[in-house]
Design a binder for this molecule. Structure first.
Ligand code: NAD
Ligand code: DAU
Length: 351
């Protein structure tokens, strides 16, 4: 038994690889292009595990994907690979179209051919799981009900539009060809191994370095935060028990304004390394097209599959701060490379 994971050197993918190998005996093949966001240091300790194999490559490379499928005969393909940062999609959308749409199309085409050639039982048991986002649903007002699986897609950023396109392709491959697909739409993750372009690790590392804490607009935008290991558990539950062709929303039941996030983080850091971190908060120009609020109604996955988030925001944030403080080498290697360039482009004058 083997599963093929794509994008397993990124934040959520790496957490998934660790959690899968911690509880399964199946072999896991990890196909990752190692973009700026992919980092083999996220997978340290697995190099000698006979159940694990890393392949450096692109999901859009059909010959490579075809060869991997034929050689390893996976029972499931889980697609984490994506360009994932909204601000980068605003600056340079091309890579998002290439990986999140063309890449997913190429991957689906190869998976379809492989799946159609399997024996009947293996065909029934095979799953293609697309890891998607709540951003495909667009934005909510403060009083709207949370996103459910029947909320219409209304993506607002190039990133969200590219993920929505991928979700539609996955849906079409199930509807047209019968490919046994599953799709998960998850809210904002945080936790170990997250690249510090995203809000929580960015604030955390800037605070520790005494740098400004950039909050876009007035800080009242709301996100629903989920600790990454809770997300990984939900994916495993959907893979094992999800109904073929269905989508499942995954959320943390943790709606916070960005101001609440930064204040909670500053208070927590002040306990561990005393200093007035709140004074570092700085209001920056707003993100173009900034979605006001995301919120997930996770009733379906809870009622059908018995999953719910275990970590509170305070527990998760404490665990996250602890992890970054305990991994200074990981942090140093990240912030000394491409990251400098990104910070200089996105936050003028702050690198
Ligand atoms: P990430 O940016 O940290 O990692 C993405 C990984 O994909 C990297 O290892 C990168 O090298 C790899 N990759 C990129 N293009 C590739 C290609 N063409 N072929 C092979 N590998 C490629 O992203 P993440 O935050 O871990 O997100 C993983 C998935 O979860 C994405 O699909 C994202 O849309 C989705 N998601 C993320 C969040 C979040 O809060 N981070 C929430 C919901 C859903
Ligand atoms: O909702 C799920 C999505 O969450 C995932 O699909 C995306 O891959 C992931 O990047 C994330 O998107 P967001 O845009 O919500 O996350 P980000 O961390 O970039 O921003 C969170 C909020 O914080 C958002 O309202 C913008 C704001 N923000 C972000 C940054 C980087 C700031 O105020 N300042 C910043 O410097």
């Amino acid at each position: 038994m083997t599963i093929l994971v794509t994008g397993g050197a990124g934040f959520i993918g790496a957490n998934f690889v660790h959690s899968w190998l911690g509880s399964h005996s199946e072999t896991l093949i990890n196909l990752d292009k190692l973009t700026y966001a992919g980092n083999l240091a996220n997978l340290t300790g697995l190099e000698t595990d006979p159940r694990y194999q890393f392949i450096h490559g692109d999901i859009a490379d059909r010959a490579l994907v075809s060869n991997l499928l034929t050689t390893h005969q996976p029972t499931a393909v889980l697609n984490f690979a994506a360009e994932s940062h909204v601000d980068r999609s605003i600056q340079s959308p091309g890579a998002f179209i290439q990986t999140n749409i063309v890449g997913v199309f190429n991957l689906l085409e190869e998976v379809r051919g492989y799946w159609q050639g399997l024996a009947e039982l293996a065909r029934d048991q095979f799953r293609f799981l697309q890891i998607s986002t709540d951003e495909v649903y667009g934005t909510l007002t403060p009083t709207d009900p949370a996103f459910s699986e029947t909320t219409p897609y209304r993506p607002n950023s190039p990133y969200a539009a590219s993920k929505a396109a991928a979700d539609h392709l996955v849906r079409a491959y199930h509807h047209t060809y019968g490919l046994p697909t599953l799709t998960t739409n998850c809210s904002n993750n945080y936790g170990p191994y997250q690249y510090p372009e995203k809000l929580i690790p960015l604030l955390l590392l800037n605070a520790l370095a005494g740098k400004p804490l950039p909050i876009y607009g007035n800080g009242t935008n709301i996100r629903d935060w989920l600790y990454v290991t809770d997300h990984c558990e939900a994916i495993q539950v959907v893979l094992a028990q999800g109904r073929v062709g269905e989508t499942y929303n995954i959320g943390g039941n943790n709606e916070k304004t960005n101001l609440e996030v930064v204040h909670t983080l500053c208070d927590l850091l002040a306990e561990i390394k005393p200093r007035d971190y709140q004074a570092l908060i700085q209001f920056d120009p707003d993100r173009p097209g900034h979605d006001l609020r995301y919120a997930i109604d996770a009733t379906k996955i809870t009622q059908e599959l018995g999953w719910w988030p275990r970590m509170t925001f305070e527990q998760g944030l404490r665990a996250t701060v602890g992890w970054y403080l305990e991994h200074p080498h990981w942090v140093d290697s990240i912030i000394s490379g491409e990251y400098q360039h990104w910070v200089a482009t996105q936050y003028q004058g702050q690198s």
